[in-house]
Design a protein around this ligand. Sequence first.
Ligand code: ADP
Ligand code: MG
Length: 236
Amino acid sequence: MSSDYLIKLENVTKEFSGKKGRVKALEDINLEIKRGEFVVIVGPSGAGKTTLLNIMAGMDRPTKGRVIFSGRDYGDLDEEELAKLRREKFGFIFQFFNLIDSLTVVENVIAPALPSDLPIREISARAEELLAGMKLLSKKYRFPKELSAGEQQRVAIARAMITKPEVLFCDEPTAQLDEEMTEKVLNDLIEINRAGTTVILATASETVANKLRRSGARTIHIEYGKITSTETPRRS
Ligand SMILES: Nc1ncnc2c1ncn2[C@@H]1O[C@H](COP(=O)(O)OP(=O)(O)O)[C@@H](O)[C@H]1O
Ligand SMILES: [Mg+2]
């Protein structure tokens, strides 16, 4: 039985207890994401974007409501099962790249695939292919700190793709990048999406959201933990 959505959020509320009492980071979010979609979550700092990604990716549990991925309700999974699902189905890219400084570029790319059953030769070949696609193969033995910010983020993209994730979650992936590198990273992500991976990207930048919308992404605006508007591209 296949459902027509990949990720579904039903009445999701997330509260944190902080110094000043409880903070509602998300309030009654309903959202369905289809397989193969490119979805952009756009909103100012503090709007709840990271919380929303974390909840969709099963990294954090909602206070109320349900999250369902491919027919599986996260509420029915324990921490270990959720971790396995994340490892096998999801890739992640972050604002600060989060590469391991003591590993070379190619070692960083390979690392997430090591717990899988794939032979190391196959993993290495795929890592090289991904790095070649990013025009970074000549830098495979460099260390992250020897690369520019944009190059580091593109290594992080290769790393996220090594396990062939169904969904790539990107939390402000271009916030540290100049215009030229932002363009490159967004183009990489558009290409990854066109090759079939569902991409969910959070950004505070309307410029980034507009560019992605022009390339066919659905944009969802959030403010104070609520969806304020959605723009769905015309389906071709
Ligand atoms: N672990 C946490 N503990 C307490 N408050 C949090 C926590 N994470 C997020 N928040 C609060 O939830 C709100 C949304 O945060 P966040 O999802 O990080 O927003 P964004 O990613 O859009 O900047 C903010 O008010 C933030 O301070
Ligand atoms: Mg954030």
